[in-house]
Design a protein around this ligand. Structure first.
Ligand SMILES: [Zn+2]
Length: 205
């Protein structure tokens, strides 16, 4: 559990440094979102329902950190077939979060060298946002929670109308640096600023 809060706060701390939090709430209208776990099996199992709750909670907390006014549809699990043939997006949905189970993630994402993706379609920044990632073991240096919070950061900044190119570049540079400091090598000169910020934020939550 500690690790989860650490990684969430980590990327939040990084992003909030670039775009200070108090301004966020002023821009946003309510975000309606839904999380769906996609099962590669013929049915949804206990494992699938566990990750439905897990990633829904994390997403909710993360959006809460940005103080975004948001309303979640009940999270659910669907088989691939059911999702393709029966799922109807609620008409007022702004953000859809699709979580692939391990097998589907390995097949559809990791084999393409993708840990997670954030997609926005159309010109209206308030809607048509999709995040896809999987409940897979570490992809390169990132665990699923980190990937989810990373993609949510893209969503939040894009939704609020920040220049996407600038935001993406900054998030990725800091993300790489963070990964390196946490996973590869900690050296005081390059890593101390990131580490300090994360610990500061962490202790206040
Ligand atoms: Zn990214």
């Amino acid at each position: 559990m500690n690790h989860i809060s650490f990684t969430i706060i980590g990327i939040f701390a990084i992003v909030s440094l670039l775009f200070p939090t108090p301004t966020f709430a002023n821009y946003a209208s309510q975000i309606n979102w839904e999380l769906i776990v996609i099962s590669s099996k013929p049915a949804c199992s206990g494992y699938h329902y566990y990750i439905v709750e897990k990633y829904h909670d994390i997403s909710e907390k993360y959006l809460g950190l940005y103080q975004l006014d948001n309303k979640a549809y009940s999270p659910q699990c669907m088989t691939e077939l059911k999702y393709l043939t029966e799922y109807e997006k609620p008409h007022d949905l702004d953000l859809l979060i699709l979580v692939y189970d391990r097998e589907k993630g390995r097949e559809d994402l990791h084999s393409q060298n993708i840990g997670g993706i954030y997609i926005h379609e159309g010109d209206d920044l308030s809607r048509n946002h999709t995040i896809i990632f999987c409940d897979c073991s570490n992809f390169e240096y990132s665990d699923p929670v980190w990937i989810l919070s990373h993609e949510l950061s893209h969503f939040v900044l894009n939704n609020l109308g920040f220049d996407l190119k600038v935001a993406e570049k900054e998030i990725h540079e800091l993300d790489d640096k963070f990964d390196f400091c946490v996973e590869v090598e900690y050296n005081e000169e390059d890593c101390s600023s990131i580490k300090t910020r994360i610990e500061t934020d962490r202790s206040s939550v």
